[in-house]
Design a protein around this ligand. Structure first.
Ligand code: NI
Length: 169
């Protein structure tokens, strides 16, 4: 288990559509262990595999940051099967250090995924939990939270984004 550098905005891997995971082998287990170490060190809420440079369909959520439960939720080949409502809230991303913007997303979501033991599960989420699931699923599709902003909001942070891109290059 080792921490890995978190990929910053500007790295092309963040724009890749991640590949489904066919088999939960030792390579995937090691990847997830490294992601957990990385997320804990960064004290973040969620992390997708392509944020450590691996374009595979897995993300993790530190649920202790949501409801105080002590669970690192591992979501392999996740899908959102239902969404409802709409809510605007401030959002950030470990690949965009120092940038926080208000983003509109569904208020509730239902997730289906597979855990590290290969067991399929379903979770209903609202509030910050739903937001985290939707944000991380976007990552696996090469989509970033800034893609949800209005062109005006993006313009207002364009200097910060340019600086990040130059650091990532
Ligand atoms: Ni993110």
């Amino acid at each position: 288990m080792a921490t890995k550098p978190i990929v910053l905005y500007g790295d092309p891997v963040l724009r890749e559509k991640s590949e489904p995971i066919e088999k939960i082998d030792s390579e995937i287990k090691n990847l997830v262990a490294d992601m957990i170490a990385t997320l804990r060190k960064a004290e973040g809420l969620g992390l997708a595999a392509n944020q450590v440079g691996v374009a595979k369909r897995v993300f993790i959520i530190e649920t202790s940051m949501i409801d105080g439960s002590d669970e690192m939720l591992v979501c392999i080949n996740p899908e959102i099967t239902e969404t409802s409502g709409e809510v605007e809230y401030e959002e950030g991303c470990l690949s965009f250090p120092g940038i926080f913007e208000r983003v509109t997303r569904p208020a509730e979501a239902v997730l289906r995924a597979t855990d590290l033991d290969g067991i399929k599960f379903e979770r209903r989420a609202d509030g910050l939990f739903a937001r985290a699931l939707l944000h991380e699923l976007d990552h696996l599709n090469g989509k970033l939270f800034i893609d949800h902003l209005s062109s005006l909001s993006r313009q207002l942070i364009s200097k910060k984004l340019k600086k990040l891109r130059s650091e990532a290059a």
